[in-house]
Design a protein around this ligand. Structure first.
Ligand SMILES: [Zn+2]
Length: 155
């Protein structure tokens, strides 16, 4: 997945601005080898938690849930115009960059990855502007798990 430096910076700014809530968004591209575009999304985890704490025990500091209407709109607009969803991103608050069990669960539709070609970018943010790490994870069919992958950062 190709990402422009300025777009990665945009994700960092969003992560800082939404701290101490996890931020989230979608990455799309017009073609497989094109640089991805960033679509910031609303994390509605707190609203879900407020409505139904039993089903959604976690708050936005440790979880994200992309607003479904936004997800639908971005994915359908992209696919209609012949583009593709290249990835998803979210931030981790005051902790390391890794792909958690919850992150894996969120990326799966039953026992298959919902977007097998998508790259999941995770950034760690400590405080309001201290983004310390970025990692990306992709589905590996052989191990049937997500493994760390490279992001191709371009100018
Ligand atoms: Zn996570």
């Amino acid at each position: 997945m190709k990402l422009r430096r300025q777009d990665l910076d945009q994700i960092f700014s969003q992560a800082g601005a939404e701290y101490p809530a996890e931020c989230c968004g979608i990455l799309t591209a017009t073609a497989v080898d094109a640089a991805s575009q960033v679509h910031p999304c609303r994390n509605i985890q707190d609203e879900l938690h407020a409505k139904d704490p039993e089903q959604y025990p976690r708050e936005s500091r440790i979880a994200y849930f992309i607003e479904p209407q936004q997800l639908f709109q971005i994915v359908s607009t992209t696919e209609k115009s012949g583009g593709l969803v290249t990835g998803f991103y979210h931030s981790h608050i005051d902790c390391d960059t890794y792909f958690s069990e919850e992150d894996k669960e969120r990326a799966m539709a039953w026992d298959e990855p919902a977007y097998p070609d998508a790259v999941y970018v995770v950034v760690s943010v400590y405080g309001e502007s201290d983004v310390r790490a970025t990692k990306a994870f992709g589905w590996d069919e052989e191990s049937r798990d997500f493994v760390e992958v490279e992001i191709d950062i371009v100018d």
